[in-house]
Design a binder for this molecule. Structure first.
Ligand SMILES: Nc1nc2c(c(=O)[nH]1)N[C@H]1C(S)=C(S)[C@@H](COP(=O)(O)OP(=O)(O)OC[C@H]3O[C@@H](n4cnc5c(=O)[nH]c(N)nc54)[C@H](O)[C@@H]3O)O[C@H]1N2
Ligand SMILES: Nc1nc2c(c(=O)[nH]1)N[C@H]1C(S)=C(S)[C@@H](COP(=O)(O)OP(=O)(O)OC[C@H]3O[C@@H](n4cnc5c(=O)[nH]c(N)nc54)[C@H](O)[C@@H]3O)O[C@H]1N2
Ligand SMILES: [Mo]
Length: 767
């Protein structure tokens, strides 16, 4: 990782830095530059869908329809490096527990099915036949209610549909997915407010929007391809107003690395026209202020005989709860809004002026809104603002949650949900002739609670790195080991393999980039992007080993091993031809997947119907609902806190995909060679008698009796609001108490965790 350096980065997002970073990773993963031709197939109609983020893919892809981080994801999956049984001859599991996330995955692709052997403390080679037989036998021996089927949002629609069916035929709805840690407040909040659990914006809306509000999403690192429509919008003069505690480079300036002209001229586009560095958890207060300013402007306009600033026609015809919402806004005092948001009244009024003058506004957001104790209310507060001027259900406008994993939204669409009411269970019953379980299943937080209490005894994971992604690492790891059975379907080694149950398997699978040959020939799969658009995907690279299996093959294998045969499901036929799975999906969801096989490769994909886009409101009131928050605090935590308690934000660097750490270079934030850092405001550094570069320990402020601490973080003085600090996920997950989650959606609140900071005591003092 080299010598750690911290220095301000002056270049725009994209640009030459991005090109250089790409060459570095292709070289490190030993991918010959000719192999980089693979990248030309990324997000193309005849190629594969990128395995990185879920951002929409355009109808007319450019030659290089990938970004720096998408290319890194490809290089990471297609690395020449391998982890086979010989790797475990050299390393015991206990030894590997001391390795970093980076070192574990950097070992390469998993090539063989493995079973944990307690006698030697190693994973040993096992045949697929024996693996599936023992897992099946164990699953049959466990109470179905005690087993969890997790999914990390990468697996295809086909695999996900089969996986959901496996869980339900086995006997539970315990189907949490990464969405539970991510955009669940979107699913819950938008459904209540506007009747759809997903965003209403499509790529085309970016072409005609005339204002963009951007809350809590780090586009330059986490959805870089979105910088293209943002840049286009800016060129048309569209204002972009950003609310983010940190000054993220992608939200400031962008050079398109795929434009020779911009690269040579070193020109860049200014992205945000206003940048408001609010306090973590200050969004409810900030948006309340904007709404308050709009309502005031509206009254003033009406008093002078004008038509007003808010869309009274839309509100009367389409919404419910407006009067109560107005009373709420009127009841909030400016000084309180200023204190809680950390912004000035003038900033919020300035936003209101721009917003009020625009006809078609898009409201974009990410984890900065959802990962809070009041994440759902915060999302709904943004919807309230959109509703004031009818910005839902018209071209060029809409709400735009930026989803995480490339098929996380799609997994929910085809039945990976712990909420039985979201799945057409009667239809499944009719189609497959079994009685689907009707009681609610476990979401991520409840699964963790079940593991802590001992109620959960078996855990099957379709991808991901659950143990590392969840809060309360120390408590959870200890409890995790008490499980009877853990099964991980994975491409790369990670900590969730090392912290394992009594009986534990690693089942290696093909990645989406690889060619998938089955009985009927070469298979294609499908996914849904952030804008509810379905795309087909075709693998192009050779499988990493002849011992890896496709995800549908593995899920079918588990189903055949664990379930009694069902004459209406021929798992082998599905595996032989995924088109048959798509037919089954269409039959379960006829309205959403009409003509699925025929439309799979339509240029630009095809959209699923969304009632809210047509201003049909599938809510309890039949209208779009204004939702009044219970208070201004996104994080109503502990009783009075002293000034020494800071709010910690955990976030991603530019060199990682979730728990997958590609490297130690967070270029835009100027941090190289180190991840153990704590970004702090200079005034807090001084007030706490610390110094830049000094090493500190961080302890969570919690009244539940557990001590959660991280030692040895390096202080980096940074442009972040006073009272906030920030550091990297997943290293800091140990600091997040499990109870620190959104009340409604139960999403772990990974932003604004109350912590205390102190100088690291040298080991001599500590003894
Ligand atoms: N390269 C890459 N791409 C990714 C991922 C990755 O790890 N790497 N992860 C994928 C996944 S699963 C997801 S969910 C997305 C995540 O993408 P993001 O939603 O961008 O997630 P974070 O990195 O957590 O960053 C959240 C942003 O919110 C800001 N923020 C923090 N607290 C607050 C707050 O209280 N209010 C406001 N307004 N802003 C706040 C932070 O400063 C940061 O800029 O990206 C996806 N794409
Ligand atoms: N503190 C804190 N915690 C967070 C967050 C945060 O912002 N802060 N963000 C949360 C969010 S938004 C999310 S989405 C979760 C992410 O949680 P997860 O989705 O569980 O984690 P990932 O890191 O994406 O999983 C990486 C692993 O997936 C496996 N994998 C990769 N590709 C494939 C594939 O094609 N098939 C299969 N079967 N396996 C594959 C590899 O083995 C790899 O090691 O973390 C959450 N945790
Ligand atoms: Mo996510």
């Amino acid at each position: 990782m080299g010598h750690p350096t911290i220095e301000a980065y002056e270049d725009p997002a994209g640009g030459w830095g991005s090109a250089k970073s790409l060459v570095e990773i292709l070289t490190r993963e030993e991918i010959p530059i000719s192999g980089a031709a693979m990248l030309m197939k990324q997000n193309k109609p005849d190629g594969f869908q990128c395995v990185s983020c879920a951002w929409a893919k355009p109808e007319k892809p450019s030659t290089f329809e990938y970004c720096e981080n998408g290319a890194k994801a490809t290089a990471w999956e297609q690395t020449r490096k391998r982890i086979g049984p010989d790797f475990f001859e050299r390393h015991t599991v206990s030894e590997l527990l001391g390795w970093s996330d980076y070192d574990l995955e950097e070992g390469g692709r998993l090539t063989h099915p493995l079973r944990y052997d307690p006698a030697s403390d190693r994973y040993l080679l096992v045949s697929w036949e024996d693996a599936l037989a023992e897992i099946g036998q164990e699953l049959r021996g466990l109470d179905p209610k005690s087993v969890v089927f997790y999914a990390s949002g990468r697996a295809s629609l086909e695999t996900s549909y089969m996986y959901g069916l496996l869980a339900r035929m086995y006997g539970n709805n315990n189907l949490p997915d990464s969405s539970n840690m991510c955009h669940e407040p979107t699913s819950v909040g938008l459904k209540q407010s506007i009747g759809v659990p997903v965003g209403t914006t499509v790529l085309k809306d970016f072409e005609s929007t005339d204002c963009i509000l951007f809350f809590g999403q780090n586009v330059g690192s986490n959805a870089p391809r979105m910088l293209h429509p943002l840049q286009d919008a800016r060129r048309r003069g569209v204002p972009i107003i950003t609310f983010n505690p940190l000054r993220e480079r992608g939200l400031e300036r962008f050079t398109n690395p795929q434009s020779p002209l911009e690269m040579v001229a070193k020109s860049s586009t200014r992205i945000s026209t206003q940048y408001h560095q609010l306090k973590a958890g200050g969004d409810i207060a900030a948006i309340t202020g904007i709404c308050k300013a709009l309502l005031a402007a509206d009254r003033a306009a009406q008093a002078t005989g004008g038509v007003g600033v808010i869309d009274h026609g839309f509100i009367a015809e389409h919404t419910h709860g407006f009067d109560e919402f107005v009373r709420y806004c009127d009841g909030q005092a400016w000084p309180v809004l200023e204190r809680r948001s950390g912004l000035k009244r003038a900033d919020l009024e300035a936003t209101a002026v721009v917003y009020g003058n625009a006809e078609r506004v898009i409201g974009i957001y990410g984890m900065g809104l959802t990962q809070h104790r009041k994440g759902t209310e915060t999302v709904q507060m943004l919807v309230n603002l959109m509703l004031l001027r009818g910005n839902i259900g018209k071209p060029g406008a809409g709400i735009c949650p930026v989803r995480g994993h490339s098929n996380v939204q799609g997994q929910r669409t085809v039945g990976i949900s712990e909420k039985p009411e979201l799945v057409p269970l009667d239809r499944l019953k009719e189609q497959y002739g079994f009685e689907p379980p009707r009681e609610k299943g476990l979401n991520t937080v409840e699964a963790c609670e079940g593991i802590l209490s001992g109620a959960v005894k078996g855990f099957v994971a379709l991808g991901g790195n659950f143990v590392r992604a969840i809060p309360d690492t120390e408590r959870m790891e200890a409890a995790w080991r008490r499980q009877r059975l853990t099964v991980q379907i994975s491409t790369k080694l990670n900590r969730s393999h090392l912290v394992h149950g009594e009986i534990s398997y690693i089942l290696p699978c093909l990645g989406r980039i690889e060619i998938d040959e089955q009985a009927s020939g070469r298979q294609v799969v499908s996914m849904e992007d952030s804008t509810s658009c379905f795309h087909g995907s075709t693998g192009v690279a050779h499988p990493v080993s002849d011992q890896v299996r496709s995800e549908p093959w593995i899920v079918a294998g588990l189903a055949k091993a664990a379930l009694a045969p069902n004459p209406r499901i021929d798992w082998d036929a599905w595996v032989g031809d995924y088109a048959k799975v798509r037919e089954a999906i269409e039959s379960t969801y006829p309205a959403v997947f009409e003509n699925f096989n025929a439309r799979l490769f339509e240029p630009g994909g095809h959209h699923k119907p969304l009632a809210a886009r047509e201003r049909r409101w599938e809510t309890a009131t039949g209208k779009a609902n204004f939702a009044v928050p219970a208070g201004l605090n996104e994080d109503p935590d502990l009783p009075p806190r002293g000034p020494e308690v800071l709010d910690l934000i955990t976030l991603r660097s530019n060199d990682q995909f979730n728990t997958t750490v590609y490297g130690y270079h967070d270029r835009f934030r100027g941090v190289k060679g180190i991840r153990d850092v704590l970004f702090m405001h200079a005034a807090d550094v001084a007030r706490l008698d610390l110094a830049d570069g000094e090493t500190v320990d961080v302890v969570t402020e919690s009244a539940d009796g557990y001590v959660r601490s991280v030692q040895g973080l390096r202080v980096v003085t940074y442009d972040i609001p006073e009272g906030n600090c920030a550091g990297y996920y997943p290293e800091l997950n140990v600091l997040i108490p499990l109870w620190h989650h959104d009340e409604q959606a139960k999403t772990p609140a990974a932003k604004a965790i109350p912590v205390r900071i102190a100088k690291t005591r040298r080991s001599a003092d500590a003894n």
